[in-house]
Design a protein around this ligand. Sequence first.
Ligand code: NOJ
Length: 757
Amino acid sequence: MKMNRFFLSISIVFLINFSLSAQLAINERVAALLSKMTLEEKIGQMNQYNGFWDFTGPSPDGGDAKVRYDHLRKGLVGSMLNVRGVKEVRSVQKIAVEESRLGIPLIFGFDLIHGYKTIFPIPLAEAASWDIEAIELSARLAAKEAAVAGINWTFAPMVDITRDARWGRVMEGAGEDPYLGSLVAAARVHGFQGEQLNSPFTIAATAKHFAAYGFAEAGRDYNTVDIGLNTLHNIVLPPFKATVDAGIKTVMNSFNDLNGIPATADTYLQRDILKGEWGFEGFVVSDWGSIREMIDHGYAKDRKHAGELAVLGGSDMDMESSIYINELETLLEENKISLTQIDDAVSRILKVKYELGLFDDPYLYCNEELEKQITGAQEIVNATLDVAKKSIVLLKNKNNILPLKKKGQKIGLIGPLAADKNSPLGNWRIAAENNTAISVLEGMQNYKDNELIHTQGVRLIEKVPAGFHEEVSINTHDKTGFEEAIELARKVDVVVMVLGEYGFQSGEGRSRTQLGLPGLQQELLEKVAQVNPNIVLVVMNGRPLILNWAAENIPALVEAWHLGTQSGNAIAQVLYGDYNPSGKLPMSFPRSVGQLPLYYNHKSTGRPGKEGEDPGSVFWSHYGDEKNSPLFPFGFGLSYTKFEYSKFKLSTNNLNPGGSIKASVEVKNTGAVKGKEVVQLYLQDPYASTTRPVKELKGFQMIELAPGESKLVSFTLSEADLKFFNANQKWIAEPGMFHVFIGSDSSIKEKRSFEFK
Ligand code: NOJ
């Protein structure tokens, strides 16, 4: 044991020294290269163009390809996005490396959000697994598949905290909680970037969108954000900080203005906090056209002014505005920006390229053999299935209608998403082939000892959208399939209905004001329920939907998100009990759109009232026509077994700085099958220099218990867990009383208390 520790510390010292000296060498190489570059070439490094095929933003004319090729030859492009596949990447890299004066390699960016060709569950779904290792593995394997296709930089993870399901982009993040969000964010960074960035299987990651994009007013994409420092520091920033601590190489700013300043030009965010206080050494890329959009925001008077504001604000690379490349030289001549600022931006960009190994081998990520070998490899497929199962959340299971019996059953499979092989891929899967997901129908067909009969019942969409840019139009008139579905329902033992959102109904630019089941699905569900009440409703979606009627009237509800390539297999294995569901919601599910934004870690208000009790008057913070509480709270998820919590206690009632407290609980599996439970610990600071949330997640553990088995689960709390951004703008733990809650979801009421002195 002692020997091992000795060798371990020697190797840690060795590794630290090694990486320090590697870093020094890189800094020297960057400085040497910088000294050879003309001003034009320097500005070129700060310029990023979209490729010539896919578009992930509004660029109707595609940019002028002739200009772009010419700029590549002159060394006036630092990066390309949306160029993919070894052949294409190589051909573009070749121009930069072999035809430009200094041959500086390009870095190739891509929105690798949840898989490249093999699609993993959408990030919100993965967050529902609460399985940090599985999430890291998902990012690692997605990176591997993309890296061998020429990509060396992903615009992920999106770490925006999201409280408003109207916003379509909630699908891209880890939900509403900064603690879970920070762990997931760090895991994704570790997964994408690995231990060694210059391996052909790892890529640079991007934390986005800096910052507060998830707080777009009314959930409308690209909309204004107005939040105070309290929310910014306590809720929005922690996951970003976690990515910086995890060694993230790049950060993307956001489209929104924040308290009156477009994030792209926000010196407080980008210079003071990110590059200053947090010591971030990588580079900041603008979002698509966000430098130019400052004109529309009414913040920059023209393109040149926008360029000036963005540079001063600390944005290092210009994605698709073509403003840096055209305006920075003049701005420098006019002394509006400084050479030091340009040199700093360029050095940051070059450094990441060195770290990726691109200067040692610009074609490191361009190996056709590896591309063939690794694309769609079994290792990747297996991991997508594994994490897809873990992402499913069981919301209701009355009378144990689930799991389905494996034999002798007649099962009717109904719904527009039951045989859909496209929607489960979700949004953001540009490199995947359409219709490559395993459908629920295919997944269920593997269970051959039941009779499975399928009918669609109703179409969800009018026509398949042409791609990323097109609005999805929903069928609201054609009910021709209803009758067949109702007839089928009459004659089967159990109906499995697969309803929800079409794959492109969530994601960027997909805000919605109505969150019920889209189109005619609700009507179909009600009609089917009239003839056969034994319904298992599987919901596929990229955001929390409003499922009140189903929660009340349908015995079993399974939240299956958009689970990716292996979707149907994962769902079938859960329905048949070959995997006992263990997911927990990473976002609260509302009862009504009118409740939004909705989140468990809200403040108390001066008139909290008590839900369920008659307060005798209207003078408390509530709605006259709806409850305050969500339909399903954050952290909620059932299992095919039951868990009982008991013996909740704290090791002491006093915590001193430097000390710790153990909070423990016994959890017992009182059901009949083995199952996993995510035991969650929440804290409340009931009185402080600023108001504090009624509850905040501060720890969780996933345990697996056999029937009858019990386990003591304990958490260690220390001063660090009590800290927050307080009234004096300090990250600090204030003395006083704290409440601890341990339970199965965020609605837990039972608490123990201690004092921090
Ligand atoms: C705009 C999106 O906001 C951002 O997340 C994405 O990375 C870029 N487009 C590039 O596609």
